[in-house]
Design a binder for this molecule. Structure first.
Ligand code: CP
Ligand code: NVA
Length: 306
C-alpha cells in the first residue's frame, strides 16, 4: 500500500505514468466517455482548512471514476473535539478505501497514515502541497512538453508550494530559481533533506527579477498562507517587492508561462495584467487538479493499468 504525503513519495517513473494516465483520463472526460474504474470505492475527504479547488476536484473526480465521497471538516466531526488522530485513522480507514486530508502540520498526516489501512493523500499541509505541483507540472507538459532541463522561477513565500517545487525539481531534473524576502526562506532541510539536493536543482536569488531571468515558468503564491494569518501585516510589508509584474515576466523567456495555485490576490503577489494576461495558464492549472488526481486515485487503488 502506498501513501502520497509528499512529492518525493513517488519515483520519476511513477510520475511519467501518472502524467500519461492523466492525459488519457482528461481526454475521456472531454469526450464524455465513461471511465468507472472505482465503482463501489469511497474516498473520505478531511478538511481542517478551507478549500475550493481541492474539494471540487477530488469530489467531482471521484464521482466521475464511479466512486463516492464522504466530506468531513474539523467543525462537524470529532476531529475538532480532540479525538486522537490514531483513533480517527483506524476508524475512518475501516470504512473507506482512500483518504484525502488537508491539515496543518505534516506530522499530523504522517501519524494518520501510519494508522490507516488505506492509502492517504496530502491535500495540503503547512509544509507540502504535492497534488498542486502534480497539476502544475502536468499543465507545463501540456503547453511546453517535458519539464526536464527547464527553469522554474519561484517568487514569494518559502511555503508549502515552494518546498514541493524543490522536491519535484530534484526528482524530475529541472531547476528552481527561488526568491523570497528575508526571513521567509525555504527550509532546505525540510524540502530536500539534510544531505541537500543533487547538483543544481535549485538556486537562491535575493532579487526576484534576477530569479525570473531566463525562466520557462514564473510562479508565485499568496503572501500569507492558511494558518499564518496573524502575520498578515508584517508579511504585507516584507513582500511588497515580491509581486510578479510585467517587468519580471519580461526578464523570463519570451514564451514563459505564468502559474498560480490560486486563490490569488491581484495587486499583491501578482499584478492583474500578468495573471489575466496571455502568458497565464492558471485556469488550465486549476482544471488539471481534477485530471491528475483522478489518475492518482486510480493508481493508489488499482496500480498501473495498461
Ligand atoms: N490551489 C488550491 O489548493 O486551492 P484550494 O485552497 O481552493 O483547494
Ligand atoms: N500556500 C497556500 C496555498 C493555498 C492553496 C496556503 O497554504 O494557504
Amino acid at each position: 500500500m502506498k501513501h502520497y504525503l509528499q512529492f518525493k513519495d513517488f519515483t520519476a517513473d511513477e510520475y511519467a505514468y501518472l502524467f500519461e494516465r492523466a492525459a488519457l483520463i482528461k481526454k475521456k472526460f472531454k469526450s464524455y466517455e465513461k471511465h468507472h474504474p472505482l465503482v463501489d470505492r469511497t474516498l473520505a475527504m478531511i478538511f481542517e482548512k478551507a478549500s475550493t479547488r481541492t474539494r471540487v476536484s477530488f469530489e467531482a473526480g471521484m464521482y466521475q471514476l464511479g466512486g463516492s465521497v464522504v466530506h468531513l471538516t474539523t467543525g462537524d466531526s470529532q476531529l475538532g473535539r480532540a479525538e486522537p488522530i490514531e483513533d480517527s485513522a483506524k476508524v475512518i480507514s475501516r470504512m473507506v478505501d482512500l483518504v484525502m486530508i488537508r491539515t496543518f502540520e505534516q506530522t499530523k498526516i504522517e501519524k494518520f497514515a501510519a494508522h490507516s489501512r488505506v492509502p492517504v493523500i496530502n491535500g495540503l499541509t503547512n509544509e507540502f502541497h504535492p497534488c498542486q505541483i502534480l497539476a502544475d507540472i502536468f499543465t507545463f507538459i501540456e503547453h511546453r512538453g517535458s519539464i526536464q532541463g527547464k527553469t522554474v522561477a519561484w517568487v514569494g513565500d518559502g511555503n508549502n508550494m515552494a518546498n514541493t517545487w524543490l522536491q519535484a525539481a530534484e526528482l524530475l531534473g529541472f531547476k528552481v530559481h527561488v526568491s523570497t524576502p528575508q526571513g521567509y526562506e525555504v527550509d532546505e532541510k525540510l524540502a530536500v533533506g539534510a544531505g541537500g539536493a543533487s547538483a543544481g536543482s535549485y538556486q537562491f536569488f535575493s532579487d526576484p527579477r534576477e530569479a525570473c531571468q531566463g525562466a520557462d515558468l514564473v510562479t508565485t503564491d499568496v503572501w500569507t498562507s492558511m494558518g499564518y494569518e496573524a502575520e498578515n501585516e508584517a508579511r504585507r510589508l516584507a513582500f511588497a517587492d515580491w509581486c510578479v509584474d510585467q517587468e519580471m515576466m519580461a526578464a523570463a523567456k519570451p514564451d514563459a508561462l505564468f502559474m498560480h495555485c490560486l486563490p490569488a490576490h491581484r495587486g499583491e503577489e501578482v499584478e492583474a495584467d500578468v495573471i489575466d494576461g496571455p502568458q497565464s495558464v492558471v485556469w488550465d492549472e486549476a482544471e488539471n487538479r481534477m485530471h491528475v488526481q483522478k489518475a492518482l486515485m486510480e493508481y493508489l487503488l488499482l496500480g498501473k493499468l495498461a
